[in-house]
Design a protein around this ligand. Sequence first.
Ligand SMILES: [Fe+2]
Length: 264
Amino acid sequence: MTDIHVKPELRAAEGFAQAIDTINALNPDFVISGGDNVFDALQASYGRADSLYFLYDSLSKRFEMPLYNTIGNHEVFGLYQADGIDPSHEFYGKKMYEERIGDRYYSFDYKHWHFIILDGIGFTPDRKYVGVIDSLQMEWLKADLEAHKDKPVAVSTHIPLLSVGQQIFGKPTSAFSPSEIIINAKEVRELMEHYNVKLVLQGHLHMLEDILYNGIHYVTGGAVCARWWLGPRNGMEEGFLKIDVSGDTFRCQYIDYAWDANGV
Ligand SMILES: [Fe+2]
């Protein structure tokens, strides 16, 4: 599941709870969140950001199976407040995420698969976010892939490595901005292609797509909040991906958990 954007407004907490109940009924082995769990720490005061993290954490306890989180841009605290939150603040930037949710990037095994969760969020000097897998993480990723080359691998990143979003929703000639796509995606893709990566789970764009390139599926998983809790987005309902794995193969299905935003 990706792009929940939970907040007290627009019945978002109720919607997220309905998504969780639907997931519990499907009874998957575990859940991966693709990021943008909260809306929004980028511009929020400390008190508001703290309450959003609390809301996400308390609703997440409803999951009856393990939850593995991915960091999204909206989890970053204070970046957009050059006149409000100083970088010396103890929870500035990704520190709030690390303190409240956990590691920004990590990996784990489940049965014969290996799962890698990446932090694809970088900052510019003028306090904007940009999609990037930084050099330290690239080194870690290479070592982690090397150590697990006998297993099929699935990767989660909030900002996509590959997408046709601009060609679909912009013009056929449009390009992504650096905040919409991983700017060093070519380097990351070429590294992954040397190993046994089968699937990249992506969020951020609130769209549904599945691109197969050089043996890797790049799947952008819609959005739990669809159009930020205002209803379907470009015909796409509020939903999440159910992924059935068999051997080295998998099947993705978008599950509409039947949220109706009309009561807003
Ligand atoms: Fe989002």
